[in-house]
Design a protein around this ligand. Structure first.
Ligand SMILES: Cc1cc2nc3c(=O)[nH]c(=O)nc-3n(C[C@H](O)[C@H](O)[C@H](O)COP(=O)(O)OP(=O)(O)OC[C@H]3O[C@@H](n4cnc5c(N)ncnc54)[C@H](O)[C@@H]3O)c2cc1C
Length: 240
């Protein structure tokens, strides 16, 4: 079996995105350049208080950078060790990880694309969209929709950042939809799959990328299949 090098990451910053969700920025120790493809994940290792070594996968939530910095978008899972451990780390703490791994990456040729996420499933799309929209040669004017499902307005992670990206690029559309919206909410309501037909219409010449928990991923895959989409046009990453 192939051996992968274990690297150290040092926490530079940890910011709350909501009550149970953190954005943490890290730098890789001891390497001049840390390469990965937007959409890939890292395998984080830690030892529980019972002496058990565990590993968990976390998508990289930032685009590749020159300085070896990267970010995670993490949700505290009830009774889970790793998610709570990572969300509790302070600035200066270190983690051990291997990677990057995974093939949930943008598949050529680039087409108009809908990115569908709930919760921390936004992480790989934050990486992909920042990377894509940074240069015209990368996005070539294609249309991109980010359909992001959250419960309440305060759970729309990176809201300002994606709204600014949409304001700067008329080919990027940020569409948060809330399942428990307050009466004042003027945006979309309900689950992500309820809005997919409006975005896609009768087209099947697009790509769809789906990331989050199994139930949501399945619902969207089944809907796209029923709408006549080819399996190869849909890529997904399940977190559970
Ligand atoms: C490829 C990949 C990428 C991932 N990227 C991210 C990421 O960017 N951010 C992130 O927060 N998580 C991500 N995850 C989930 C992560 O790997 C862990 O499963 C999660 O943090 C729980 O680990 P734990 O040790 O805290 O809890 P565990 O002890 O492993 O799990 C406790 C219980 O919670 C369930 N569970 C696992 N994950 C979730 C979840 N996300 N929401 C609700 N219940 C869950 C498990 O089925 C289990 O029953 C990713 C998973 C995969 C496979």
């Amino acid at each position: 079996m192939a051996q992968f090098k274990t690297l150290d990451g040092r926490v530079l910053r940890s910011v709350s995105l909501s009550e149970f969700t953190k954005h943490i920025e890290l730098e890789v120790n001891g390497v001049s350049r840390f390469g990965f493809v937007p959409g890939q994940w890292l395998s984080v290792k830690a030892t529980t208080p019972y002496g058990e070594e565990i590993t968990r996968a976390y998508s990289i939530a930032s685009p590749p950078s020159e300085n070896g910095h990267f970010a995670f978008c993490l949700n505290r899972v009830q009774d889970g060790f790793m998610s709570n451990h990572l969300c509790s780390l302070n600035e200066g703490a270190t983690i051990a990880f291997q990677g990057p791994f995974g093939d949930f990456i943008l598949r050529p040729p680039l087409r108009d694309t809908v990115f569908i996420a709930t919760g921390t499933g936004i992480a790989p799309f934050r990486s992909m969209l920042h990377w894509l929209l940074a240069e015209r040669d990368r996005h070539r004017g294609h249309q991109f929709w980010l359909l992001f499902g959250a419960r309440r307005e305060q759970d729309i992670y990176y809201r300002e950042e994606f709204e600014n990206l949409a304001a700067d690029h008329d080919n990027f559309h940020c569409l948060p939809t809330l399942s428990r919206a307050a009466t004042e909410w003027k945006g979309l309501r309900g689950y992500v799959q309820e809005h997919l037909p409006e975005i896609v219409g009768t087209r099947s010449d697009m790509h769809a990328y789906i990331c989050g928990l199994d139930k949501m991923v399945q619902a969207n895959r089944e809907l796209l299949k029923a709408m006549g989409w080819d399996r190869t046009s849909v890529r997904y990453e399940k977190y559970d």
